[in-house]
Write a protein that binds this ligand. Structure first.
Ligand code: PEP
Ligand code: MG
Length: 555
């Protein structure tokens, strides 16, 4: 049996399948209780508090990124809105397990509906709910084997932080999940652990437990009971690939020495070490909203300044591009309340929302100015017009910020990049949203994901347009969307005129190696060839003809 999903953490992992099934029963609809409402509420609250405590304790034990994720999950378990909802439902006569079940449905819908990073946290919420209900029923939560004879391929519908926090590379050969996307928890944890992972793999939980499985975290192929010779061949090729990639070191440049600084995308202080370890030359996108996702109050100026200062300190002499809050749509922030909008991605998000909350803006820009570093660059998300770019630049300059830019992630901004460039010092293209808006295809909706393919020639045209405008204006044009993490596309983006590439730290070595294997002229030919085609698949194939070094690197 062969299955196909989306590879989100590269490498070959093989071993016996451990299929994780969650079997916490759904509390019957309309289930009531016999005692006092206050006692029932007490029971529910005690279960929520205990689950929060357990998650926090696991976080302390796990440390690192898992600690932050688990602590955020612990906060979710005690979210005031959720607690009120549970109490209200119990007052209406529902038994504690059913009240918890229904309250979580509401919370989950809000989260799932918001898409993006937060939407993918919906699985975390299911996990908390299951834990609370299991506790109320007195049943055990399904767990993972503490010790196994050999590393296993962990197969699940989706994985929650509590499932994976205490796992190590020695236990898990690969992750395969039916749900999830490139920014789901499974993907984040797998990349952080360096374990191959395939997500969005239909049929995965049908794999019989214990049979041998080989998962290819690059291609997304999952083979059930592969021949031993096939496993040996795939592992051999993977080892050679890793050695070739690791041999490229130092600053990003093409084979003929054209410099392309390779930068990291980060979402908080805990990601700085990985970026430094991967030899990032700076930060191309600091997603500041991720610093504050779980806060009910705006963060203080001091808290913010501390985080920004740490980023600058991590890259002496390197640039750090901090993006102002991108609240709304896929990144709702409690302290920038969202009105109900029929289409949040088309609503008041990013800079639009930032503008409506002058106090929050004042604090963030003051915190950035307080860092007092020439290496700190500030940019705004979701800029649609030159007027918005001008307004943002004025606000930043009035506070003494030395370098101001805007993101190009709305087609109008790419089309009129020359106008947006006038008031700012640089632009950075966010290809995730640019694809979403160019193709009218929700970036988190699986059924339209083909339209989200960053190889779509129309997207490449928009990038080319913005990059040429920047080059004419003599100003830098970076790329900070996920497209920069694809080694082949990274070469094409450089060929289109990108001056820097920013990506998750894990992608840096492969992109560095791919770039170093080709000249700028090859990158330009690859870009022209891709744009001359009509489909994403043709564009990819046409570009690769001019990028022979990728094959040699196994990329
Ligand atoms: C983008 O849209 O490409 C981008 C980099 O921003 P985010 O993914 O945070 O929306
Ligand atoms: Mg964006």
């Amino acid at each position: 049996m062969n299955l196909r999903g989306v590879g989100v953490s590269p490498g070959i992992g093989h071993g016996p399948a451990y299929v994780l099934t969650v079997s916490v029963p759904e509390p019957p609809e309309g289930a009531t209780y016999t005692g006092e409402a206050d006692e029932e509420k007490e029971r529910a609250m005690a279960a929520l508090t205990r689950v929060a405590g357990e998650l926090e304790a696991r976080g302390n034990q796990a440390g690192g990124e898992a600690e932050e994720i688990l602590k955020a999950q612990a906060l979710m378990a005690e979210d005031p809105g959720l607690v009120v909802k549970v109490r209200t439902l119990i007052d209406r006569g529902l038994a504690a397990p059913r009240a918890v079940f229904e309250a979580f449905i509401k919370y989950r819908d809000v989260l799932a509906g918001s898409g993006g990073y937060l939407g993918e946290r919906a699985a975390d919420l299911d996990d908390i709910r299951n834990r609370v209900i299991a506790l109320l029923y007195g049943v055990a939560m399904p767990g993972l084997p503490a010790a196994a004879a050999e590393p296993y391929v962990l197969v699940a519908r989706d994985l929650a932080p509590a499932d994976t926090a205490l796992l190590s590379r020695a236990q898990v050969a690969a992750f395969v999940t039916e749900e999830g996307g490139p920014t789901s928890h499974t993907a984040i944890v797998a990349r952080a652990m360096g374990v191959p992972a395939v997500v969005a793999c239909p049929g995965a939980t049908g794999i019989p437990p214990g049979v041998r499985v080989m998962a290819d975290g690059t291609s997304g192929d999952v083979r059930v009971e592969p021949a031993e010779s096939d496993v040996a061949e795939a592992v051999g090729a993977d080892t050679a690939r890793q050695a070739a990639i690791a041999s490229a070191r130092g600053p990003g440049r093409t084979a003929d020495g054209h410099p392309v600084p390779l930068l990291a995308n980060v979402g908080g202080p805990s990601e700085l070490d990985a970026a430094v370890a991967a030899e990032a030359e700076g930060i191309g996108l600091y997603r500041t909203e991720f610093l504050f996702l779980d806060r009910a109050e705006p963060p203080s100026v001091e808290d913010q300044a501390r985080a920004y200062r740490a980023a600058v300190a991590a890259f002496p002499g390197g640039k750090v591009v901090v993006r102002t809050l991108d609240g709304g749509a896929d990144k709702p922030l409690a302290f920038l309340p969202t009105p109900a909008e029929p289409n949040p991605a088309l609503g008041e998000r990013g800079l639009r929302r930032f503008r409506r909350f002058p106090a929050v803006m004042e604090e963030q820009l003051s915190a950035l100015a307080a860092v007092g570093s020439e290496d700190l660059q500030v940019m705004a998300p979701m800029v649609a017009t030159a007027e918005e770019a001008g307004w943002f630049a004025r606000e930043c300059r009035a506070r003494g910020l030395p370098s101001v830019g805007v993101m190009i992630e709305i087609p109008s901004a790419a089309l009129r990049a020359r106008d947006l460039l006038v008031p700012v010092d640089f632009v950075s293209i966010g290809t995730n949203d640019l694809a979403q808006y160019a193709f009218a295809a929700d970036r988190q909706l699986g059924v339209v994901s083909a339209l989200q393919d960053p190889w779509q020639p129309a997207l490449l045209d928009l990038v080319a347009m913005a990059a040429s405008a920047a080059s004419e204006a003599g100003k830098p044009c970076g790329i900070c969307g996920e497209s920069a993490a694809d080694p082949a596309l990274a070469c094409v983006l450089v060929g289109l005129g990108a001056s820097t590439l920013s990506m998750g730290a894990g992608a840096l070595p492969a992109v560095r190696a791919g770039l170093a294997a080709h000249t700028l002229a090859q990158c330009r030919m690859a870009a022209d060839a891709a744009r001359a085609r009509t489909t994403a698949a043709e564009a990819r194939a046409a570009a690769r003809v001019h990028l022979p070094g990728l094959g040699r690197l196994g990329l």
